[in-house]
Design a protein around this ligand. Structure first.
Ligand SMILES: *Cc1c(COP(=O)(O)O)cnc(C)c1O
Length: 370
């Protein structure tokens, strides 16, 4: 047997009838952009998250960009975020000409360290982007407190964490804005690119709705330079079906993580730690392991797919040379990036898959670290 990292076909098979009907419905109408599925999905999402407004857009990356644009962030401004995230988080800041200021992560959750954020806030700071990495919320209370006291906006990067919660509150409803990705491999993925922004600020939501349509309002009259960023009807139709299942799927991910935890006890790997605030939805099940690259190779030979998120922290990426960070500046991110390893996790995994992946890792650890 082999264990896939993620099996989108298995998920499609489980909801095929509903998805096919939803997509066929869009094709029958040939209303592909800004139609009834998009507006219905935005309302359903807002209700699901318990926020006043959800604005869909073309990707999680665009959600971040639009959030920063909505606050007029640009040259001369600083935005604080984690170096231990997908490129898009810092890419959006750089695109707008603002300066990315990195704050290192916590050793046990891999999320941005609120104490480090607080120290970096200054007069130039316009926003902080906590990234809920691997599906676990950052420690939001101290971040919101530090930002709020200085007029700094909190933009949650929820791309990996749709359905996660912090002290019982859904992520994307805690900061000023939440940014969500529907990339197919995310917990709530569509069948192409897609994203959304959540907020309780009606005026800000209205500004984002204009910005995502080239700043056009009324049509062909432009008071702002926006971008073209829309979720299309086919994706919205798919997401409306999948939204009904996401809570069950996330619950199943938690069960799988618990099964991995018990298999891996005593195997010499660092298993994920769920913070006291709870609500982890295990977008990734990520361990730390010595001799990671050899172990990765060994798993591959056994047919167990594994991943590394991410091998090089953002402060050391070539494109951010001008930010003038050096090796050693973010010691936790640098050390974690050398030994993290994500095992297969998806709701349709069987008990057999879980055991096989865990056994493969245990065997690899005995071979290389025993
Ligand atoms: C996937 C991801 C994004 C970007 O989302 P896209 O929809 O792929 O543009 C942003 N931030 C994080 C942390 C992500 O994992």
């Amino acid at each position: 047997m082999s264990v896939k990292f993620l099996d989108l076909k298995a998920q499609y098979a489980s909801i095929k009838k509903e998805i096919d009907a939803a997509v066929a419905g869009v094709l029958d109408e040939c209303h592909f952009i800004m139609g009834p599925n998009v507006s219905a999905f935005e309302k359903e999402m807002a209700a699901h998250l318990g926020v006043r407004q959800v604005i869909t857009c073309a990707s999680g990356s665009d959600a971040l960009l639009l959030a920063l644009m909505a606050y007029d962030i640009g040259p001369g401004d600083e935005v604080i975020t984690s170096p231990f995230t997908f490129f898009a988080t810092a890419g959006a800041i750089a695109r707008l000409g603002a300066r990315t200021v990195f704050a290192d992560i916590e050793t046990d959750t891999y999320n941005i360290d609120p104490a480090a954020v607080e120290k970096l806030i200054n007069k130039k700071t316009k926003a902080v982007i906590p990234v809920h990495i691997y599906g676990q919320s950052c420690d939001m209370d101290p971040i919101v407190r530090a930002a709020g006291g200085s007029g700094v906006r909190v933009i949650e990067d929820c791309a990996q964490a749709f359905g996660a919660s912090y002290k019982g509150r859904p992520v994307a409803s805690i900061g000023d804005i939440g940014c969500i990705s529907f990339f197919p491999t995310k917990n709530l993925g569509c069948y192409g690119d897609g994203g959304a922004i959540s907020t309780n600020d009606d005026a800000l939501a209205e500004k984002i709705r204009v910005l995502k349509l080239h700043g056009s309002k009324p049509k062909y009259f432009h008071s702002m330079v926006g971008i073209n960023s829309r979720l299309d009807e086919i994706q919205a139709a798919v997401l409306r079906v999948k939204l009904k299942y996401i809570s069950g799927w996330n619950a199943r991910r938690r069960e799988i993580a618990a099964a991995y935890n018990s298999f891996l006890e005593g195997a010499g790997v660092t298993i994920p730690r769920e913070a006291a605030h709870g609500g982890h939805i295990y977008h990734q099940y990520t361990v730390r392991v010595k001799n990671r690259d050899m172990i990765l190779e060994h798993l591959k030979k056994l047919g167990v797919e594994a991943g590394v998120y991410y091998p090089l922290p953002l402060h050391l990426q070539a494109c951010f040379k001008d930010l003038a960070y050096a090796g050693g500046d973010m010691p936790v991110s640098e050390s974690v990036s050398k030994d993290i390893l994500s095992l297969p996790i998806y709701p349709e995994m069987t008990e057999g898959h879980i055991k096989e992946a865990a056994d493969a890792l245990i065997g690899a650890c005995q071979k290389y670290n025993g």
